[in-house]
Design a protein around this ligand. Structure first.
Ligand code: XMP
Ligand code: MG
Length: 189
């Protein structure tokens, strides 16, 4: 039997709700780090939209760095548990506070790996900003310092999150569901 094709289901978090929450997080983060040496470390690819909005709502000087991590194989919607650095940070993190910006914490395996890896680079501190968290799937509990939304155990796309490379450009968070024969909103191929 072949795997079911997937389609976009209901909107879980609207564009307006995301914007409101991101602005709140930016304000809190600004107060926390004012006057301190800060590097915002966006985890590619999924966090690029969240990072772009969040960082513009932070009103204190910071540097932006990117790290590429891969924990999912194309087309799969459950974690592989294997984390690979596909692109590393060029900037020395010693002497700086690091704010990791992540799209979603699912099992926690990816951030558990990343936090341990970053700690060896002697930053002043490591904190986590994540747009989404699926508490029902936790395998490694991660302290999320700045969280957008807890969500149920459903595979979501949009606002940077993809399924097999697609749907990152949706302005909201939507649920992905097996195709029942009807066309989804954003079928591009
Ligand atoms: P773990 O399980 O390591 O997973 O916390 C974190 C990474 O898995 C991806 N992920 C998702 N991507 N919709 C997505 O588009 C989802 O519902 C989802 N759940 C996990 C994501 O890359 C995240 O960084
Ligand atoms: Mg990710």
């Amino acid at each position: 039997m072949s795997a079911p094709t997937m389609r976009i289901g209901k909107v879980l978090i609207s564009e307006a709700d995301i914007a409101r929450r991101v602005a709140e997080l930016g304000k809190t983060i600004t107060e926390q780090y004012r006057g301190q040496p800060l590097v915002a470390l966006a985890v590619l690819k999924g966090s690029f939209v969240f990072a772009a909005d969040l960082l513009r709502s932070i009103d204190t000087p910071l540097a932006v760095e990117f790290i590429g991590l891969r924990s999912y194989i194309g087309g799969r919607t459950s974690t592989s548990g294997v984390v690979e650095i596909t692109q590393d940070v060029k900037y020395p993190l010693g002497g700086h506070h690091v704010l990791v910006v992540e799209d979603i914490v699912d099992t926690g395996l990816t951030l558990d790996y990343l936090i341990k890896n970053l700690a060896t680079r002697n930053p002043l501190s490591i904190k986590i900003a994540a747009l989404l968290h699926k508490p029902a799937r936790t395998l490694k509990p991660i302290p999320i310092d700045y969280l957008g939304f807890d969500i149920p155990d459903e595979f979501v796309v949009g606002y940077g999150l993809d399924y097999d490379g697609r749907y990152r450009n949706l302005p909201h968070i939507a649920v992905l569901e097996p195709n029942d024969g009807q066309m989804g909103l954003f079928h591009s191929r």
